[in-house]
Design a binder for this molecule. Structure first.
Ligand SMILES: Cc1cc2nc3c(=O)[nH]c(=O)nc-3n(C[C@H](O)[C@H](O)[C@H](O)COP(=O)(O)OP(=O)(O)OC[C@H]3O[C@@H](n4cnc5c(N)ncnc54)[C@H](O)[C@@H]3O)c2cc1C
Length: 442
């Protein structure tokens, strides 16, 4: 009898897990799935993106983990495609490959001063506060140690996440899974004023109302905004709700002893000031004409800033052997296109397929579309002769993190959390993750 179709899924974030679930959960085509990730841990941005104080959202990991237990799915962590395995290796070992490696590179502001110490991308800060092993601790912690005035560029949910985490008092973060060093640095950060800059008006901001309202309920900070653009009416319910929440913020006044989080619209940064490090942001007032075109008014001011965080979006990058165009892999309903033609046996799902938008659940429909294409193609996909992927990795001296190893990390994180009365604490250090993982391999 022909062996099951061997599929490699590259990236164990939501898209990869939903793709694995759709492949393993059907009976028409027998399939085995190797679910690879460059990290020793699964869940992608559910672990290293969703804000730690959003504990209910982060609990999505508890749903995603069921797929890892499926007998047809093998988690293969700590294996980076492009470094430990090439795309050609994958093609030689598997009958089909689904690329779901996300799009978590930062978009840049492209203005003078952006590379000064004290200027960070939201990706840096988010990676740090969620305990990503690749986070640049020294850079982020040096910036936070003197961050009295913080300017956040962007008015999407990620900007709000960063603002909220910085504005929260230690007690509000105590029960999260943030690493202890993160909690300690945040508790010591002297943050007094956080300003968010949106280049368009409040009606164009991309945050969701729930996230916006949360800013109004922080125990150690007051949410403020200016009345500019708030008299606008909108037929779009989500926009109308945002405007209503902002009108409430416009009535707030600063409170002694509390930090402030101010949303400013029609404002864009044109330059970061400072010699050794960031000291301020030159902000230009903008105008939006009836055709929705944005222009600068040349009216500028300097906002003091010890820390500037650009939260202006994410971007996909090339994987060696798989190029992106405009931040996504060219595809047709999930079938990878190379030089404009479908490349048999190669598929793509999630952010790297459609761009960095949507909520976790959006990736489920997206992955299902891709898997439907793969299963439809399966009768025509040639079965490869290659050895087992994990055997090849071991023969190359790699030590992949398999399910039992990941479970050992999971147990260690629960145990670490319990030492301080928390449900879990993220282990951020790659060597420590590996030690826990392989300590379990008896
Ligand atoms: C800061 C932030 C906060 C968010 N908050 C929310 C929220 O509150 N609610 C919500 O619904 N959505 C939220 N999202 C969106 C949500 O996280 C995404 O929709 C989702 O994670 C995208 O899934 P993905 O699988 O395409 O990518 P990712 O989650 O990025 O997963 C990609 C995976 O691929 C791995 N990988 C990358 N390169 C390689 C390689 N070369 N080899 C092997 N593996 C590789 C990565 O390690 C990662 O695990 C947030 C996103 C961000 C950035």
């Amino acid at each position: 009898m022909e062996r099951p179709l061997r599929v490699a899924v590259v990236g164990a974030g939501p898209a990869g897990i939903y793709a694995a679930e759709a492949l393993a959960g059907q009976d028409d085509v027998p399939v085995t799935v190797d679910l690879l990730d460059r990290l020793p841990t699964p869940f992608g941005l559910v672990r290293h993106g969703i804000a730690p104080d959003h504990t209910k959202m982060r609990a999505l990991a508890d749903t995603l983990r069921h797929t890892l237990d499926h007998p047809g799915v093998r988690f293969v962590g700590d294996v980076e495609v492009g470094r430990d395995l090439s795309v050609a290796d994958l093609r030689a070992h598997c009958d089909a490959v689904v690329f779901t490696h996300g799009a978590s590179g930062a978009r840049r502001l492209g203005i003078e001063g952006e590379d000064l110490p004290g200027s960070l991308a939201a990706t840096d800060v988010v990676a740090w506060y969620t305990g990503h092993p690749d986070a640049d601790r020294a850079r982020v912690e040096a910036a936070l140690a003197r961050a009295r005035d913080v300017v956040l560029v962007g008015v999407g949910n990620v900007a709000l996440d960063v603002a909220r985490v910085l504005a929260r008092c230690p007690a509000e973060l105590e029960q999260t899974d943030m690493p202890q060093h993160v909690l300690d640095v945040l508790a010591a950060a002297p943050v007094e004023r956080i300003t968010l800059l949106g280049r368009r008006g409040p009606a164009q901001a991309t945050f969701t109302t729930q996230e916006l309202r949360e800013l109004g309920h922080l125990s150690a900070a007051v949410a403020l905004t200016d009345p500019d653009g708030l008299d606008e009416e909108s037929e779009v319910r989500a926009v109308a709700r945002n405007l209503a929440a902002l009108r409430e913020f416009a009535e707030h006044v600063p409170e002694a002893g509390k930090a402030s989080v101010r949303l400013r619209f029609f404002a864009r940064p044109v330059r970061l000031c400072g010699d050794e490090r960031v000291t301020g942001v030159v902000v230009e007032r903008t105008a939006v004409d009836p055709a929705d075109r944005l222009s600068g008014t040349r009216e500028t001011e300097v906002l003091p800033a010890d820390l500037v965080v650009a939260a202006i979006g994410y971007q996909g990058h090339d994987l060696p052997g798989l190029a992106v165009e405009g931040g996504t892999v060219p595809n047709e309903g999930g079938r990878v296109l190379r030089d404009g033609a479908v490349s048999p046996g190669e598929y793509v799902a999630g952010w790297i397929k459609r761009g960095p938008t949507g909520v976790v659940g959006t990736n489920k429909h997206d992955a299902r579309e891709t898997v439907a294409a793969l299963l439809a193609d399966s009768p025509t996909l040639p079965r490869v002769e290659g050895a087992d992927l994990v055997d090849t990795l071991r023969a190359r001296g790699r030590r992949p993190v398999l399910l039992e190893n990941w479970r050992a990390i999971d147990d260690a994180e629960h145990a670490l959390g319990a030492t301080r009365g928390r449900a879990r604490t993220t282990i951020h250090d790659r060597d420590a993750l590996r030690a826990h993982a392989h300590g379990a391999q008896r």
